[in-house]
Design a protein around this ligand. Structure first.
Ligand SMILES: *[C@@H]1O[C@H](CO)[C@@H](O)[C@H](O)[C@H]1NC(C)=O
Ligand SMILES: *[C@@H]1O[C@H](CO)[C@@H](O)[C@H](O)[C@H]1NC(C)=O
Ligand SMILES: *[C@@H]1O[C@H](CO)[C@@H](O)[C@H](O)[C@H]1NC(C)=O
Ligand SMILES: *[C@@H]1O[C@H](CO)[C@@H](O)[C@H](O)[C@H]1NC(C)=O
Ligand SMILES: *[C@@H]1O[C@H](CO)[C@@H](O)[C@H](O)[C@H]1NC(C)=O
Ligand SMILES: *[C@@H]1O[C@H](CO)[C@@H](O)[C@H](O)[C@H]1NC(C)=O
Ligand SMILES: *[C@@H]1O[C@H](CO)[C@@H](O)[C@H](O)[C@H]1NC(C)=O
Ligand SMILES: *[C@@H]1O[C@H](CO)[C@@H](O)[C@H](O)[C@H]1NC(C)=O
Ligand SMILES: *[C@@H]1O[C@H](CO)[C@@H](O)[C@H](O)[C@H]1NC(C)=O
Ligand SMILES: *[C@@H]1O[C@H](CO)[C@@H](O)[C@H](O)[C@H]1NC(C)=O
Ligand SMILES: *[C@@H]1O[C@H](CO)[C@@H](O)[C@H](O)[C@H]1NC(C)=O
Ligand SMILES: CC(=O)N[C@H]1CO[C@H](CO)[C@@H](O)[C@@H]1O
Length: 660
């Protein structure tokens, strides 16, 4: 499938950049886990090639297989037991600190094993805006972060949570945290000397500003990216714009030399704190899209990546493959006799790039601009990929060979394709990664859904992502998943449902359940809104001064905590009540009065007001505490409007704009 230009690139790369090409030929610097028998302390550069390329390896004695999606994986089930016990004390501490009036939370959690809730957090897409706003929420929920357990804080919610899902820009946040040893947002935000991690003031098109721990030679940034991608191509794998995009992203997200080309997503499973159940279970989401088709929430197969498995619960593909082995030659779910196994395809940046592949277009439209440092031959190599794939496919990530080849032939739209094409998890408009969290088998009780989608004229969310998931729950593809009812966009705006946190699906009596079916999780919707900073920055701004990054993270914190309780002193109590709502029903416990009050103020009660609101332009809910100078790059918000050079210059369709 590859034409001559990539080989030309290889040649040029070798000529211009001999050292790193030679380096690729050297043995892996990091021995693999099973060789030493030691568990690595963090997500690890465990790709057997030692570089970005996947490699063929002997299969383990029990060959990996695809399994039907009729349950959780044995690995997840075993992990959940550990996590369940590891979350009891953090949950008790959290509830104790928040102290729901007239309610003994310690006694409640201790008395009945089924009282303990399963808590999940979902971080939407929306580029850096979503990363930063989502980071504010996670910082506020993380007991390790300064002041998170002070009055009004939500610290400990993260430690009490079981799942943490991210999609597109939200996937950068989740991926970055896990690739960096479950570092806190505070640690990543503050950085460290020589590291380019979270240095968003460096445009991704120009790369790190100084060499150091993260980058040996900044002048070689794009040459290295191209070289890494050619390692993969050279090993016989198809590459697409997603590979370049994922590589470039990694310099900002993975705190390792050259963006950690050998780091795999599945290595999270080896991370000591993850393996012992001390961190939540990370999940990234992408959509399947067969060549030449368009997708909507009603028919796209939603795939998830977790540390153990990649696949889909949807009745189309309905299968999971071990993440570590995704590019092995599966056929009908097995590796044929004599077939080899492949490892290293699940490269961490590639997985994050897959979930955010709509940004491929962002890359394409900027690499040749005047202020980009991308060398011409790298630009040519990237645009050549397009000629091979066709412009309409510039957003795909190629998973070749398709792990689900010959699997569920009757229902799987990709069963006969040698290649599985995955795209940005928000392309079906389900821009919050709720899909993995509403699977009944996971038994999630509450989802804290942080929405940084740019739905309205000025890039605020209006509930579009929730409606896409709600509508999907009526389609055959829902396969038994349920979703709380949510109203139209004008109602979101008119009732302020997108201006402050709101709860959906509070009343389980409102769900029609079949025998054995349980109500879906309570949804705590945390929309991006201006508390102390205008956090509605354009999705297409490629860099943010550190002060602005910090302002937006703090705004996300103020959104999570309602300004540390200044907007509503009861808010932390309401968060605790939301966490326990399904638990109260399950154990037949009377809802404490304080919780009933919370539910009457935060639950959407079915009221609809669909009158046209006109342009939605919210003002500061607390006060302008911005410290950043507005930048000329279009990062400023209200008033700036969607003039962003982005949309027009990029010629994006109305659809893609809405997604973010
Ligand atoms: C923590 O809270 C104290 C008291 O409100 C405040 O003075 C301090 O600046 C806060 N620290 C951070 C890092 O926000
Ligand atoms: C990872 O984090 C844990 C917990 O904070 C710490 O004990 C360990 O030293 C860290 N490992 C690395 C490699 O940074
Ligand atoms: C980045 O990694 C280096 C080397 O492991 C470590 O010293 C530093 O603390 C890390 N920085 C961040 C922000 O995690
Ligand atoms: C999904 O639905 C859209 C809109 O109805 C349609 O155009 C598209 O072909 C469908 N795609 C698949 C894969 O069925
Ligand atoms: C997978 O199958 C293809 C096509 O038959 C073959 O070229 C390739 O070597 C195989 N890879 C492995 C790892 O078995
Ligand atoms: C809501 O968002 C969608 C895009 O997600 C947009 O098309 C629609 O116009 C918005 N409606 C309102 C009332 O804001
Ligand atoms: C809430 O507390 C955080 C952490 O101390 C601080 O950064 C933020 O400014 C506070 N918010 C308000 C509105 O005071
Ligand atoms: C414990 O929870 C179960 C539901 O799982 C419920 O039937 C039972 O009544 C509860 N027991 C107590 C003491 O609350
Ligand atoms: C439902 O909520 C609306 C505002 O969102 C409120 O005006 C109305 O009184 C509520 N209805 C009931 C029955 O609580
Ligand atoms: C209850 O369910 C009906 C039917 O799905 C829906 O129209 C209504 O809005 C729901 N009410 C609430 C409060 O969720
Ligand atoms: C908020 O304050 C900053 C700093 O004073 C200023 O640059 C910015 O324009 C203000 N934003 C708004 C929307 O008023
Ligand atoms: C609950 C439910 O409807 N599950 C179905 C999901 O899809 C698979 C594959 O088609 C069926 O076997 C399940 O019964």
């Amino acid at each position: 499938m590859h034409l001559s230009s990539p080989s030309l690139l290889l040649l040029l790369t070798t000529l211009l950049h001999p050292t790193s090409s030679t380096a690729a030929l050297l043995p892996a610097t990091s021995p693999r886990d099973d060789v030493s028998g030691h568990r690595r302390p963090r997500a690890a550069p465990n790709s057997p090639s030692g570089n970005y390329a996947p490699s063929t390896v002997p299969c383990p004695s029990t060959k990996p297989t695809v399994r039907p999606a009729n349950g959780l994986s044995p690995s997840e089930t075993a992990w959940l037991k550990l996590r369940r016990s590891a979350t009891i004390q953090p949950l008790k501490d959290f509830l104790h600190r928040i102290a729901i009036p007239d309610f003994d939370s310690d006694a409640y959690i201790t008395a009945n094993a089924s009282a303990q809730p399963t808590i999940a957090i979902a971080i939407s897409g929306g580029g850096y805006r979503a990363l930063m706003n989502g980071a504010g929420f996670l910082a506020a929920a993380d007991s390790r972060v300064t002041n998170a357990t002070s009055k009004g804080g939500l610290g400990g919610l993260l430690q009490a949570s079981t799942y943490l899902a991210g999609l597109s820009g939200g996937g950068w946040l989740v991926g970055s945290i896990y690739q960096n040893n479950f570092s806190s947002v505070e640690t990543l935000r503050d950085g460290s000397p020589g590291s380019s991690v979270w240095q968003f003031s460096n445009s991704i098109f120009q790369g790190p500003k100084q060499s150091g721990f993260s980058i040996v030679n900044m002048a070689d940034y794009w040459l290295d990216v191209a070289d890494q991608v050619s390692d993969k191509r050279d090993a016989g794998y198809d590459t697409s714009v997603t590979d370049y995009w994922g590589r470039a992203l990694s310099y900002q997200l993975i705190n390792a030399t050259d963006g950690g080309p050998a780091y795999t997503f599945s290595s999270i499973a080896q991370d000591k704190s993850f393996a012992s159940g001390d961190t939540p279970f990370p999940i990234l989401v992408a959509d399947g899209r067969a060549p030449g088709t368009t997708i909507v929430s009603l028919n796209a197969t939603v795939y998830e990546f977790n540390a153990y498995e990649m696949g889909s619960f949807d009745p189309t593909t309905y299968g999971f493959v071990p993440t570590q082995y995704i590019a092995s030659n599966f056929s009908g779910g097995v590796i044929p006799a004599g077939g080899k196994c492949v490892e290293g395809f699940d490269q961490a940046g590639f997985v994050m790039g897959t979930s955010s592949s709509l940004f491929n277009q962002f890359l394409l439209n900027n690499i040749s601009s005047a202020d980009s440092d991308v060398p011409k031959f790298v630009v040519d190599a990237i645009t050549d990929v397009l000629e091979i794939l066709g412009e309409n496919e510039d957003d795909i990530a190629q998973y070749m060979p398709n792990p689900f080849f010959g699997w569920n032939n009757a229902s799987n739209p990709s069963a006969t394709h040698m290649e599985l094409d995955l795209v940005d998890g928000g392309e079906d408009l389900q821009n919050i990664p709720l899909h993995p969290l509403i699977q009944p088998m996971r038994g999630v009780d509450v989802i804290f859904a942080v929405d940084s989608s740019a739905d309205t004229t000025y890039f605020w969310p209006n509930g579009t992502a929730l409606r896409a998931s709600y509508e999907r729950s009526f389609s055959a593809i829902a396969n038994g998943t349920l979703f709380p009812p949510v109203p139209d966009a004008n109602t979101f705006i008119n009732l302020n449902l997108n201006g402050r946190p709101s709860f959906f699906g509070c009343d389980i009596a409102n769900f029609t359940l079949r025998a054995g079916q349980t109500a879906p999780p309570l949804l705590v919707y945390i929309p991006n809104a201006p508390y102390t900073a205008m956090s509605n920055v354009s999705t297409f701004t490629p860099s943010y001064p550190n002060a602005q990054r910090n302002d937006i993270i703090r705004n996300g914190w103020d959104s999570a905590t309602q300004g540390n309780g200044t907007l509503d002193a009861q808010w932390p109590i309401c968060v605790a009540c939301a966490a326990l709502s399904r638990s109260f029903s399950r154990t037949g416990t009377a809802v404490p009065k304080a919780c009933a009050d919370c539910f009457s103020s935060y639950c959407w009660n079915g009221t609809v007001d669909s009158t046209d609101h006109g342009v939605f332009e919210p003002t500061f809910k607390i006060t302008n505490m911005t410290t950043a100078q507005a930048t000329s790059s279009g990062a400023r918000a209200v008033g700036g409007g969607p003039t962003a050079w982005g949309m027009m210059a990029m010629g994006l369709s109305a659809l893609s704009v809405a997604l973010w």
